[in-house]
Design a protein around this ligand. Structure first.
Ligand code: G1P
Length: 286
């Protein structure tokens, strides 16, 4: 079962990033020079995804516009003779086929994914939450798609988190069955620490099958009064749901400090910036 489609929800208000997100949608905020949504698209494309569906809010056009050709900009760069930059710009609309669906109401992540039901068709698909940026040797989504091909059941990404993060994430009860692979026996959205089954938290990558849509239709609003993908997936546990504990570095860029950490992480990985940044950071401590 080849996985060709990705759903990327970008409709939220981005309240944790106000005031920056008042007029710039949160997924367009940059990690260094690249919008966070572009990073999610790159990870999806590396996993073999060909079609990307953005779930947008009414009137939100910035993400769609970003992945289209900008003829005036392209002509301007061409006139300046900057062929490298021109190539980089021309490559963006070619990354995949892009489409948008509108989320009519802000009823949570589960509802956002349900908005994509008609657009995904009958095939399995991945969901990437752009707030979660992952640096890994190989695409985390790619590794999850491989695992899905072996097991044929939904796969979610997880990582160990410190106690203070537990109540703001989905948490799983799981047993390791192979290296980094777990079977899930329970999952709960944003539990109080003393009710959490573990410190293994769901990070925003999912491989889903179309059964999830029926499960979502049956799911009542849960944590925060929102329809939770965690609750819909929990109802599919009897048939098997797997977790992949991905390697690498993960940052939640949906909060201001995380966005800064992501830019620092990215700059330290870029040969043309790393030493200048390190020197500047050392200077701060003097
Ligand atoms: C969502 C999911 C949650 C998951 C988190 C990862 O929460 O509902 O289970 O742990 O993404 O980023 P949100 O961040 O939308 O509140």
């Amino acid at each position: 079962m080849k996985v060709r489609t990705a759903v990327i929800p970008v409709a939220g208000f981005g309240t944790r990033m106000l005031p920056a997100s008042r007029s710039v949608p949160k997924p367009m905020l940059p990690v260094l020079d690249t919008p966070v949504v572009h990073l999610a698209v790159l990870e999806a494309v590396e996993a073999g995804i060909e079609h990307i569906i953005f779930v947008v809010s009414k009137g939100q056009d910035a993400v769609r516009a970003y992945f289209e050709h900008l003829p005036e900009l392209e002509r301007g760069i061409e006139a300046k003779g900057d062929t490298k930059l021109l190539e980089r710009m021309l490559a963006i609309p070619k990354l995949a086929q892009f489409s948008c669906v509108e989320q009519k109401r802000q009823l949570g992540l589960g509802d956002a994914i349900l908005s994509a039901a008609d657009a995904t068709g009958e095939e399995p698909f991945v969901v990437l939450l752009p707030d979660d940026v992952i640096w890994s040797e190989a695409s985390t989504t790619g590794a999850m798609v491989t695992l899905f091909a072996e097991r044929g059941r939904p796969v979610i990404a997880v990582r160990e988190v410190p106690d203070e993060r537990v109540s703001s994430l989905g948490i799983v009860d799981a047993a390791e069955v192979a290296d980094r692979v777990y079977t899930i026996s329970g999952m709960v959205e944003k539990p109080p620490l003393d009710e959490a089954p573990s410190n293994l938290a769901i990070i925003g990558r999912y491989v889903l099958v179309t059964d999830i849509f029926e499960a979502l239709r049956q799911t009542q609003p849960g944590a925060g009064g929102e329809v939770q993908i965690t609750d819909a997936l929990a109802s599919m546990i009897p048939g098997g749901v797997y977790a992949y504990r991905f390697p690498g570095t993960h940052v939640d860029v949906g909060r201001p400090l995380g966005l800064l950490q992501a830019s620092v992480t990215e700059a330290l990985r870029r040969p043309d910036m790393a030493s200048e940044l390190q020197e500047w950071l050392r200077g701060l401590n003097r």
